[in-house]
Design a protein around this ligand. Structure first.
Ligand SMILES: [Zn+2]
Length: 399
């Protein structure tokens, strides 16, 4: 399996009555877009579309056929946002099927830039001025020299406005399910996620992606607050009641695991694990080392050092040695995790010492939870052969 296994063209089950059709994106770093087909009476409703391109249209047509359906039998076309890989093909699909196209109302400005020649020109001038005003003159000039034209934008399918503008909280009634729109600005100002509350399934668009952080759009007539909007809508979406998250790009993931991981990751904060961050990171790197999980090690050894785990301790763990000198708290957690990982048991003395250092049973339970969760993460990365960033070599030798 590789990191891009999810982008293999085909149709995959995503949730009960929901299918993920993978449409490859030509010349695009994202590799592919997930188009979700939801069973809706005799037809299928779509979430997102890909852009207007023969390959994408071919993959989508084949996917619908494999599901015993066709473009003509689409019932509703729901788009998370107006970017071309999510909205571009909607005009053509709607023309062929008669299905209405639905899009968030805050996407009006973005769409106007793609549809209206005057707005396109005004926005180009606005962007240029903004970049210069913020000291990015070189970038402004580079972009200007590329001569982006509205024709190039429209070639990806932008042809018309949606049939229905959706507002935050609006309900989309399909035959057997209701999707509730959640406004999540940031990646685009009018981005919507759609939650099927009774199935606990979330169509996340590009708001949360499994491998990467979404880009924050420098979009048409930007108000300059995209990142701020993104961070607050990330916080708000953390509470959504979903077990399965269906992203616009990347593999389907289970939010339950994410929430549990978050409990460990935000150690030390109110409502999260009571293990101090330094000791929590110590447990995490010991789990990563035990599984020789290169990426998890790469990320967490830095986090461990930042949280105050001494470098010689990190290096000893890396090399599979017992650290020569440790403070009491580090020594207690090291002994606890080491016994658990290597002997599959913990002696009474070690447990007593861990309890003392972590302030009681709750601390011990949280420590075991952290070690367990991050071993799961490490195992997934080992199975996925998750790659290190370019130019980084692994620090872990086989034990
Ligand atoms: Zn996007």
């Amino acid at each position: 399996m590789s990191r891009y296994a999810w982008a293999e063209p085909g149709v995959y089950p995503a949730a009960a009555g929901v299918h993920r059709i993978v449409c490859p994106l030509p010349n695009d770093g994202l590799k592919a877009v997930n188009v979700y087909a939801i069973e809706d009476g005799d037809g299928l409703a779509l979430v997102d579309t890909g852009w207007r391109d023969d390959g994408i249209l071919g993959a989508l047509t084949a996917g619908l056929e494999q599901l015993g359906s066709s473009i003509e039998r689409l019932t509703t076309i729901i788009c998370t946002h107006s970017h071309y890989d999510h909205y571009g093909l909607s005009a053509l699909l709607s023309e062929r099927s008669g299905a209405p196209v639905l899009l968030g109302e805050w996407e009006r400005k973005n769409l106007s830039v793609a549809l209206d020649r005057g707005a396109f020109a005004r926005d180009r001038a606005f962007q240029h001025a903004q970049l210069r005003a913020h000291g990015a003159s070189d970038l402004a000039d580079t972009l200007a020299a590329r001569h982006f034209s509205i024709e190039r934008v429209q070639a990806r399918g932008f042809a018309r406005l949606p049939d229905r503008w959706l507002s935050d909280g609006e309900r989309i009634e399909l035959r057997d399910r209701t999707l509730v729109a959640h406004l999540t600005p940031g990646h685009s100002r009018g981005h919507l996620m759609f939650l099927d509350e009774s199935a606990r399934v979330l169509f996340a668009g590009d708001h949360v992606l499994p491998h990467i952080t979404p880009s924050i759009g420098f979009e048409g007539f930007s108000d300059g607050h995209g990142l701020e909007a993104f961070l607050s809508s990330l916080r708000a979406s953390r509470e959504l009641p979903a077990d399965v998250v269906l992203p616009g790009h990347g593999p389907v993931f289970a939010d339950l695991a994410q929430k549990t991981i978050a409990y460990s990751r935000f150690a030390g904060r109110e409502g999260y694990s009571v293990v101090p961050p330094k000791l929590s990171e110590l447990a995490i790197i010991m789990g990563a080392r035990a599984w020789t999980a290169h990426y998890a090690w790469y990320v967490h050894r830095r986090a461990a050092e930042r949280a105050g785990v001494p470098v010689p301790v990190v290096e000893a763990i890396r090399d599979g040695r017992r650290p020569a000198a440790m403070d009491r708290d580090v020594a207690a957690v090291y002994a606890f995790c080491n016994e658990l990982l290597t002997q599959k048991r913990v002696s009474d003395a070690t447990l007593r010492e861990a309890r003392a250092v972590l302030g009681g049973d709750r601390g011990v339970v949280d420590l075991v939870g952290t070690l367990g969760m991050y071993q799961m993460v490490a195992m997934m990365m080992v199975v996925d052969e998750f790659p290190l960033p370019d130019g980084v070599t692994s620090e872990l030798k086989p034990l």
